[in-house]
Design a protein around this ligand. Structure first.
Ligand code: AMP
Length: 399
Protein backbone atom coordinates (compact mmCIF):
# COMPACT_ATOMS: atom_id res chain seq x y z
CA UNK A 1 0.00 0.00 0.00
CA UNK A 2 1.23 3.48 -0.78
CA UNK A 3 1.22 5.99 2.07
CA UNK A 4 -1.74 8.34 2.20
CA UNK A 5 -1.38 12.12 2.37
CA UNK A 6 -2.76 13.18 5.76
CA UNK A 7 -3.21 16.81 6.89
CA UNK A 8 -1.42 16.30 10.23
CA UNK A 9 1.75 15.08 8.48
CA UNK A 10 2.25 18.25 6.47
CA UNK A 11 0.56 20.98 8.49
CA UNK A 12 2.82 24.04 8.52
CA UNK A 13 5.76 22.05 7.08
CA UNK A 14 8.09 22.74 4.19
CA UNK A 15 7.07 20.14 1.63
CA UNK A 16 9.05 19.08 -1.41
CA UNK A 17 6.42 18.11 -3.97
CA UNK A 18 7.59 16.02 -6.94
CA UNK A 19 5.17 16.75 -9.78
CA UNK A 20 5.16 15.78 -13.43
CA UNK A 21 4.93 19.16 -15.16
CA UNK A 22 6.39 17.75 -18.36
CA UNK A 23 4.05 19.57 -20.74
CA UNK A 24 4.34 19.61 -24.53
CA UNK A 25 5.80 22.93 -25.77
CA UNK A 26 5.38 24.45 -29.23
CA UNK A 27 6.70 27.59 -30.93
CA UNK A 28 4.42 30.33 -32.24
CA UNK A 29 4.99 32.23 -35.53
CA UNK A 30 7.51 34.51 -33.77
CA UNK A 31 9.50 31.55 -32.49
CA UNK A 32 8.22 32.03 -28.91
CA UNK A 33 7.69 28.86 -26.88
CA UNK A 34 4.21 28.23 -25.52
CA UNK A 35 2.55 25.40 -23.59
CA UNK A 36 0.59 23.34 -26.14
CA UNK A 37 -1.35 21.35 -23.52
CA UNK A 38 -1.44 22.20 -19.80
CA UNK A 39 -3.18 18.95 -18.74
CA UNK A 40 -0.30 17.85 -16.52
CA UNK A 41 -0.20 21.22 -14.74
CA UNK A 42 -3.95 21.09 -14.09
CA UNK A 43 -3.67 17.48 -12.89
CA UNK A 44 -1.17 18.64 -10.23
CA UNK A 45 -3.49 21.28 -8.77
CA UNK A 46 -5.52 19.17 -6.28
CA UNK A 47 -2.42 18.19 -4.28
CA UNK A 48 -1.02 21.73 -4.38
CA UNK A 49 -4.32 23.15 -3.15
CA UNK A 50 -4.52 20.54 -0.40
CA UNK A 51 -1.01 21.46 0.79
CA UNK A 52 -1.82 25.18 0.66
CA UNK A 53 -5.00 24.64 2.67
CA UNK A 54 -2.96 22.92 5.38
CA UNK A 55 -0.52 25.82 5.54
CA UNK A 56 2.47 24.03 4.00
CA UNK A 57 5.26 25.92 2.22
CA UNK A 58 5.73 24.15 -1.10
CA UNK A 59 8.93 23.49 -3.05
CA UNK A 60 7.89 21.95 -6.36
CA UNK A 61 10.28 19.98 -8.50
CA UNK A 62 9.70 18.43 -11.92
CA UNK A 63 11.43 17.48 -15.13
CA UNK A 64 10.65 18.79 -18.61
CA UNK A 65 11.71 16.82 -21.66
CA UNK A 66 15.08 15.12 -21.90
CA UNK A 67 17.86 17.70 -21.45
CA UNK A 68 20.35 14.90 -20.63
CA UNK A 69 21.95 16.62 -17.64
CA UNK A 70 22.63 19.94 -19.38
CA UNK A 71 21.02 23.35 -19.11
CA UNK A 72 18.83 24.03 -22.14
CA UNK A 73 16.83 27.26 -22.23
CA UNK A 74 14.18 25.64 -24.47
CA UNK A 75 13.42 23.16 -21.69
CA UNK A 76 13.21 25.66 -18.83
CA UNK A 77 10.27 25.32 -16.46
CA UNK A 78 9.93 29.12 -16.24
CA UNK A 79 6.82 29.25 -18.53
CA UNK A 80 5.31 26.48 -16.40
CA UNK A 81 5.77 28.58 -13.24
CA UNK A 82 3.85 31.36 -14.94
CA UNK A 83 1.02 29.05 -16.07
CA UNK A 84 0.84 27.49 -12.60
CA UNK A 85 0.59 30.95 -11.07
CA UNK A 86 -2.27 31.85 -13.48
CA UNK A 87 -4.21 28.69 -12.60
CA UNK A 88 -3.67 29.02 -8.83
CA UNK A 89 -4.20 32.79 -8.95
CA UNK A 90 -1.22 33.30 -6.68
CA UNK A 91 2.49 34.00 -6.95
CA UNK A 92 4.76 31.07 -7.85
CA UNK A 93 8.42 31.93 -7.26
CA UNK A 94 11.04 30.40 -9.54
CA UNK A 95 14.48 29.07 -8.51
CA UNK A 96 17.07 28.91 -11.25
CA UNK A 97 18.48 25.57 -10.08
CA UNK A 98 17.84 22.86 -7.52
CA UNK A 99 20.63 22.92 -4.95
CA UNK A 100 22.64 26.19 -4.96
CA UNK A 101 23.03 28.31 -1.79
CA UNK A 102 20.63 30.85 -3.32
CA UNK A 103 17.94 28.20 -3.82
CA UNK A 104 18.55 26.84 -0.32
CA UNK A 105 18.02 30.28 1.17
CA UNK A 106 14.86 30.87 -0.93
CA UNK A 107 13.38 27.59 0.34
CA UNK A 108 14.52 28.33 3.92
CA UNK A 109 12.72 31.67 3.86
CA UNK A 110 9.53 30.23 2.34
CA UNK A 111 6.47 31.08 4.45
CA UNK A 112 3.36 28.87 4.90
CA UNK A 113 1.23 29.10 1.76
CA UNK A 114 4.15 30.19 -0.47
CA UNK A 115 5.32 28.21 -3.49
CA UNK A 116 8.62 27.98 -5.32
CA UNK A 117 9.15 25.94 -8.47
CA UNK A 118 12.69 24.63 -9.04
CA UNK A 119 14.23 24.73 -12.52
CA UNK A 120 14.08 21.50 -14.58
CA UNK A 121 15.54 18.83 -12.32
CA UNK A 122 16.98 16.97 -15.31
CA UNK A 123 19.41 19.86 -15.93
CA UNK A 124 21.31 18.15 -13.09
CA UNK A 125 23.17 15.09 -14.41
CA UNK A 126 22.87 13.32 -11.02
CA UNK A 127 19.06 13.22 -11.29
CA UNK A 128 19.14 10.54 -14.00
CA UNK A 129 22.60 9.09 -13.26
CA UNK A 130 23.02 5.32 -13.59
CA UNK A 131 25.27 5.48 -10.52
CA UNK A 132 23.13 4.92 -7.43
CA UNK A 133 25.61 6.74 -5.15
CA UNK A 134 25.52 9.84 -7.31
CA UNK A 135 21.73 9.82 -7.18
CA UNK A 136 21.78 9.31 -3.41
CA UNK A 137 24.20 12.22 -2.90
CA UNK A 138 22.02 14.47 -5.03
CA UNK A 139 18.88 13.36 -3.17
CA UNK A 140 20.63 14.16 0.14
CA UNK A 141 21.23 17.73 -1.14
CA UNK A 142 17.61 18.04 -2.29
CA UNK A 143 16.37 16.78 1.08
CA UNK A 144 17.79 19.96 2.68
CA UNK A 145 15.15 21.98 0.85
CA UNK A 146 12.25 20.52 2.85
CA UNK A 147 11.04 18.55 5.89
CA UNK A 148 8.64 16.27 4.05
CA UNK A 149 8.33 14.71 0.58
CA UNK A 150 5.13 14.26 -1.39
CA UNK A 151 5.39 12.12 -4.52
CA UNK A 152 2.85 13.13 -7.15
CA UNK A 153 4.71 12.93 -10.48
CA UNK A 154 2.88 9.90 -11.85
CA UNK A 155 4.38 10.27 -15.35
CA UNK A 156 7.86 9.63 -13.87
CA UNK A 157 7.18 6.80 -11.36
CA UNK A 158 8.63 4.18 -13.68
CA UNK A 159 12.00 5.98 -13.52
CA UNK A 160 14.58 5.25 -10.83
CA UNK A 161 15.63 8.89 -10.70
CA UNK A 162 16.92 10.80 -7.66
CA UNK A 163 13.87 13.05 -7.17
CA UNK A 164 11.48 10.13 -7.74
CA UNK A 165 13.12 7.31 -5.78
CA UNK A 166 16.10 8.21 -3.59
CA UNK A 167 14.61 11.49 -2.34
CA UNK A 168 11.35 9.80 -1.30
CA UNK A 169 13.45 7.43 0.79
CA UNK A 170 15.52 10.25 2.31
CA UNK A 171 12.55 12.14 3.83
CA UNK A 172 9.30 11.28 5.61
CA UNK A 173 6.90 10.95 2.72
CA UNK A 174 3.36 10.51 1.44
CA UNK A 175 1.59 9.95 -1.87
CA UNK A 176 -0.03 12.88 -3.63
CA UNK A 177 -3.62 12.93 -4.84
CA UNK A 178 -2.76 12.50 -8.52
CA UNK A 179 -0.72 9.34 -8.00
CA UNK A 180 -3.41 7.98 -5.68
CA UNK A 181 -6.08 8.61 -8.35
CA UNK A 182 -3.94 7.12 -11.15
CA UNK A 183 -3.21 3.97 -9.14
CA UNK A 184 -6.89 3.56 -8.20
CA UNK A 185 -7.81 3.57 -11.92
CA UNK A 186 -4.98 1.20 -12.83
CA UNK A 187 -6.19 -1.16 -10.11
CA UNK A 188 -9.65 -1.15 -11.68
CA UNK A 189 -7.99 -2.12 -14.97
CA UNK A 190 -6.03 -4.98 -13.41
CA UNK A 191 -8.15 -6.41 -10.57
CA UNK A 192 -11.42 -7.96 -11.80
CA UNK A 193 -12.10 -5.48 -14.62
CA UNK A 194 -15.71 -5.45 -15.89
CA UNK A 195 -16.04 -7.42 -19.13
CA UNK A 196 -15.85 -7.31 -22.07
CA UNK A 197 -12.44 -5.66 -21.61
CA UNK A 198 -10.86 -4.13 -24.73
CA UNK A 199 -7.41 -2.58 -24.98
CA UNK A 200 -6.60 -0.34 -27.95
CA UNK A 201 -2.94 0.23 -28.75
CA UNK A 202 -1.35 2.50 -31.32
CA UNK A 203 1.63 4.79 -31.64
CA UNK A 204 4.86 4.32 -33.43
CA UNK A 205 6.89 1.50 -31.88
CA UNK A 206 5.91 -2.16 -31.43
CA UNK A 207 8.94 -2.87 -29.28
CA UNK A 208 7.68 -0.39 -26.64
CA UNK A 209 4.40 -2.25 -26.36
CA UNK A 210 5.44 -5.92 -26.50
CA UNK A 211 5.73 -6.31 -22.72
CA UNK A 212 2.32 -4.83 -22.08
CA UNK A 213 0.65 -6.87 -24.84
CA UNK A 214 2.15 -10.08 -23.44
CA UNK A 215 0.85 -9.34 -19.95
CA UNK A 216 -2.56 -8.09 -21.09
CA UNK A 217 -3.19 -11.23 -23.16
CA UNK A 218 -3.90 -13.00 -19.86
CA UNK A 219 -6.38 -10.35 -18.75
CA UNK A 220 -8.37 -8.92 -21.65
CA UNK A 221 -10.95 -10.09 -24.18
CA UNK A 222 -9.70 -8.09 -27.17
CA UNK A 223 -6.72 -6.03 -28.25
CA UNK A 224 -7.28 -3.66 -31.16
CA UNK A 225 -4.07 -2.48 -32.81
CA UNK A 226 -3.48 0.54 -35.03
CA UNK A 227 -0.83 3.24 -35.51
CA UNK A 228 2.60 2.70 -37.02
CA UNK A 229 3.05 -0.45 -34.92
CA UNK A 230 0.28 -2.30 -36.74
CA UNK A 231 2.33 -2.76 -39.90
CA UNK A 232 4.66 -5.20 -38.15
CA UNK A 233 1.53 -7.21 -37.22
CA UNK A 234 0.23 -7.05 -40.80
CA UNK A 235 3.62 -8.14 -42.16
CA UNK A 236 3.70 -11.02 -39.66
CA UNK A 237 0.33 -12.12 -41.07
CA UNK A 238 1.80 -12.15 -44.57
CA UNK A 239 0.59 -8.80 -45.97
CA UNK A 240 2.87 -6.44 -47.88
CA UNK A 241 3.11 -3.07 -46.14
CA UNK A 242 4.89 -0.89 -48.74
CA UNK A 243 7.02 1.86 -47.16
CA UNK A 244 5.07 1.79 -43.85
CA UNK A 245 6.82 1.66 -40.49
CA UNK A 246 8.14 -1.88 -39.94
CA UNK A 247 10.23 -3.42 -37.16
CA UNK A 248 11.65 -6.51 -38.88
CA UNK A 249 13.46 -7.55 -35.67
CA UNK A 250 10.11 -7.76 -33.84
CA UNK A 251 8.43 -10.06 -36.40
CA UNK A 252 9.14 -13.28 -34.46
CA UNK A 253 7.86 -11.78 -31.21
CA UNK A 254 4.75 -10.51 -32.95
CA UNK A 255 4.14 -13.97 -34.40
CA UNK A 256 4.42 -15.53 -30.95
CA UNK A 257 1.99 -12.91 -29.59
CA UNK A 258 -0.50 -13.82 -32.33
CA UNK A 259 -0.14 -17.54 -31.49
CA UNK A 260 -0.48 -16.94 -27.75
CA UNK A 261 -3.61 -14.81 -28.32
CA UNK A 262 -5.15 -17.61 -30.41
CA UNK A 263 -4.38 -20.18 -27.66
CA UNK A 264 -5.89 -17.95 -24.97
CA UNK A 265 -8.95 -17.06 -27.03
CA UNK A 266 -8.09 -13.35 -27.05
CA UNK A 267 -9.20 -11.53 -30.19
CA UNK A 268 -6.50 -9.43 -31.86
CA UNK A 269 -8.38 -6.89 -33.92
CA UNK A 270 -6.32 -5.55 -36.84
CA UNK A 271 -7.35 -3.01 -39.49
CA UNK A 272 -8.90 -4.24 -42.73
CA UNK A 273 -8.15 -0.98 -44.56
CA UNK A 274 -5.57 1.80 -44.14
CA UNK A 275 -5.04 5.35 -45.35
CA UNK A 276 -1.80 5.62 -47.35
CA UNK A 277 0.23 8.41 -48.94
CA UNK A 278 3.37 8.50 -51.12
CA UNK A 279 5.33 10.54 -48.52
CA UNK A 280 5.34 11.23 -44.79
CA UNK A 281 3.47 14.50 -45.32
CA UNK A 282 -0.02 15.91 -44.81
CA UNK A 283 -1.13 15.32 -48.42
CA UNK A 284 -2.49 12.86 -51.02
CA UNK A 285 -4.34 10.40 -48.77
CA UNK A 286 -6.01 7.35 -50.30
CA UNK A 287 -7.81 4.43 -48.68
CA UNK A 288 -6.69 0.90 -49.61
CA UNK A 289 -7.46 -2.60 -48.38
CA UNK A 290 -4.65 -4.20 -46.34
CA UNK A 291 -4.38 -6.73 -49.18
CA UNK A 292 -3.45 -3.94 -51.63
CA UNK A 293 -0.96 -1.63 -49.91
CA UNK A 294 1.14 -0.29 -52.85
CA UNK A 295 4.89 -0.87 -52.58
CA UNK A 296 5.65 2.84 -52.89
CA UNK A 297 3.13 4.10 -50.28
CA UNK A 298 3.22 4.61 -46.49
CA UNK A 299 0.33 3.64 -44.22
CA UNK A 300 -0.44 6.69 -42.07
CA UNK A 301 -3.85 5.91 -40.52
CA UNK A 302 -6.38 3.12 -40.12
CA UNK A 303 -9.11 3.26 -42.78
CA UNK A 304 -12.83 4.08 -42.30
CA UNK A 305 -13.98 0.44 -42.29
CA UNK A 306 -11.39 -0.43 -39.62
CA UNK A 307 -12.29 2.63 -37.54
CA UNK A 308 -15.94 1.52 -37.67
CA UNK A 309 -15.02 -2.03 -36.55
CA UNK A 310 -12.72 -0.77 -33.78
CA UNK A 311 -15.42 1.67 -32.61
CA UNK A 312 -18.02 -1.12 -32.47
CA UNK A 313 -15.65 -3.28 -30.37
CA UNK A 314 -14.98 -0.35 -28.03
CA UNK A 315 -18.61 0.71 -27.66
CA UNK A 316 -19.69 -2.84 -26.79
CA UNK A 317 -17.08 -3.10 -23.99
CA UNK A 318 -17.47 -2.44 -20.27
CA UNK A 319 -13.79 -1.59 -19.76
CA UNK A 320 -11.54 0.10 -22.32
CA UNK A 321 -7.92 1.23 -22.05
CA UNK A 322 -6.43 3.13 -24.97
CA UNK A 323 -2.82 4.15 -25.49
CA UNK A 324 -1.29 5.53 -28.67
CA UNK A 325 -2.78 7.28 -31.72
CA UNK A 326 -4.22 5.20 -34.60
CA UNK A 327 -2.37 7.29 -37.18
CA UNK A 328 -0.25 10.38 -37.66
CA UNK A 329 -2.94 12.53 -36.05
CA UNK A 330 -0.62 15.57 -36.18
CA UNK A 331 -1.51 15.67 -39.94
CA UNK A 332 -5.22 16.49 -40.42
CA UNK A 333 -5.47 14.07 -43.37
CA UNK A 334 -4.48 11.19 -41.08
CA UNK A 335 -6.27 12.11 -37.85
CA UNK A 336 -9.68 10.58 -38.54
CA UNK A 337 -8.87 7.07 -37.19
CA UNK A 338 -7.68 8.53 -33.89
CA UNK A 339 -10.68 10.90 -33.73
CA UNK A 340 -13.12 8.05 -34.35
CA UNK A 341 -11.53 5.90 -31.61
CA UNK A 342 -11.59 8.81 -29.14
CA UNK A 343 -15.26 9.35 -29.97
CA UNK A 344 -16.01 5.64 -29.41
CA UNK A 345 -14.36 5.86 -25.96
CA UNK A 346 -16.72 8.69 -25.05
CA UNK A 347 -19.66 6.32 -25.75
CA UNK A 348 -18.47 3.49 -23.47
CA UNK A 349 -21.02 2.43 -20.91
CA UNK A 350 -18.43 1.57 -18.26
CA UNK A 351 -14.82 2.59 -17.61
CA UNK A 352 -12.92 4.29 -20.46
CA UNK A 353 -9.30 5.25 -19.82
CA UNK A 354 -7.04 7.25 -22.11
CA UNK A 355 -3.48 6.41 -21.11
CA UNK A 356 -0.54 8.68 -21.63
CA UNK A 357 0.53 12.25 -22.02
CA UNK A 358 0.70 12.04 -25.83
CA UNK A 359 -2.67 10.32 -26.22
CA UNK A 360 -4.17 12.84 -23.79
CA UNK A 361 -2.72 15.75 -25.77
CA UNK A 362 -4.04 14.11 -28.98
CA UNK A 363 -7.65 13.87 -27.75
CA UNK A 364 -7.59 17.46 -26.49
CA UNK A 365 -6.10 18.64 -29.80
CA UNK A 366 -8.95 16.85 -31.59
CA UNK A 367 -11.45 18.87 -29.55
CA UNK A 368 -12.52 16.39 -26.86
CA UNK A 369 -12.92 17.41 -23.23
CA UNK A 370 -11.36 15.55 -20.29
CA UNK A 371 -14.84 15.00 -18.89
CA UNK A 372 -15.84 13.05 -22.05
CA UNK A 373 -13.76 10.11 -20.77
CA UNK A 374 -13.82 8.00 -17.61
CA UNK A 375 -10.23 8.96 -16.86
CA UNK A 376 -7.31 10.54 -18.70
CA UNK A 377 -4.01 9.32 -17.31
CA UNK A 378 -1.03 11.69 -17.23
CA UNK A 379 1.51 8.89 -17.61
CA UNK A 380 2.04 6.92 -20.82
CA UNK A 381 5.13 4.86 -20.03
CA UNK A 382 4.18 4.65 -16.36
CA UNK A 383 0.65 3.31 -17.08
CA UNK A 384 1.99 0.81 -19.60
CA UNK A 385 4.66 -0.48 -17.18
CA UNK A 386 2.05 -0.80 -14.43
CA UNK A 387 -0.22 -2.79 -16.76
CA UNK A 388 2.83 -4.82 -17.79
CA UNK A 389 3.03 -5.93 -14.13
CA UNK A 390 6.39 -4.25 -13.48
CA UNK A 391 7.33 -2.78 -10.11
CA UNK A 392 7.54 1.00 -10.40
CA UNK A 393 10.38 2.60 -8.37
CA UNK A 394 8.43 5.80 -7.67
CA UNK A 395 5.55 3.80 -6.16
CA UNK A 396 7.83 1.40 -4.26
CA UNK A 397 9.58 4.34 -2.60
CA UNK A 398 6.24 5.71 -1.36
CA UNK A 399 5.22 2.53 0.40
P1 AMP B 1 4.19 6.60 -29.39
O1 AMP B 1 5.06 7.64 -28.75
O2 AMP B 1 4.85 5.30 -29.65
O3 AMP B 1 2.83 6.50 -28.69
O4 AMP B 1 3.89 7.17 -30.85
C1 AMP B 1 3.15 8.32 -31.10
C2 AMP B 1 3.43 8.75 -32.52
O5 AMP B 1 3.11 7.70 -33.41
C3 AMP B 1 2.62 9.93 -32.96
O6 AMP B 1 3.44 11.07 -33.02
C4 AMP B 1 2.11 9.52 -34.34
O7 AMP B 1 2.32 10.50 -35.34
C5 AMP B 1 2.92 8.30 -34.66
N1 AMP B 1 2.22 7.39 -35.59
C6 AMP B 1 0.95 6.92 -35.50
N2 AMP B 1 0.65 6.18 -36.57
C7 AMP B 1 1.73 6.18 -37.37
C8 AMP B 1 2.01 5.59 -38.64
N3 AMP B 1 1.10 4.85 -39.28
N4 AMP B 1 3.23 5.79 -39.16
C9 AMP B 1 4.15 6.52 -38.51
N5 AMP B 1 3.95 7.11 -37.30
C10 AMP B 1 2.74 6.94 -36.75
Amino acid sequence: MISELKPEAIKGKRVLLRCDLNVPLSKDDNGELFIADDGRIRASIPTIEFLLKEGAAIVICSHLGRPKGERNSELSLRPVAQRLSEILKKEVKFADDATSETTLSVTNDLKPGEIVLLENIRFEPAETSKDENERKEFAAKLSKLADFYVGDGFGAVHRKHASVYELAKALPHATGKLIAAEVAVLQKLTVNPARPYTVVLGGAKVSDKIGVINNLLKKVDRIAIGGGMVFTFLKAKGYEVGKSLLEIESLDTVNSILNKARDLGVEILLPTDVVVAPNFADESPSVVSITDIPVDQIGLDIGPESAKNFAAAIESSATVFWNGPMGVFEFSNFAEGTRRIAEALTNVNGLSVVGGGDSAAAVRKLGFKDSDFGYISTGGGASLEYLEGKELPGLLALQ
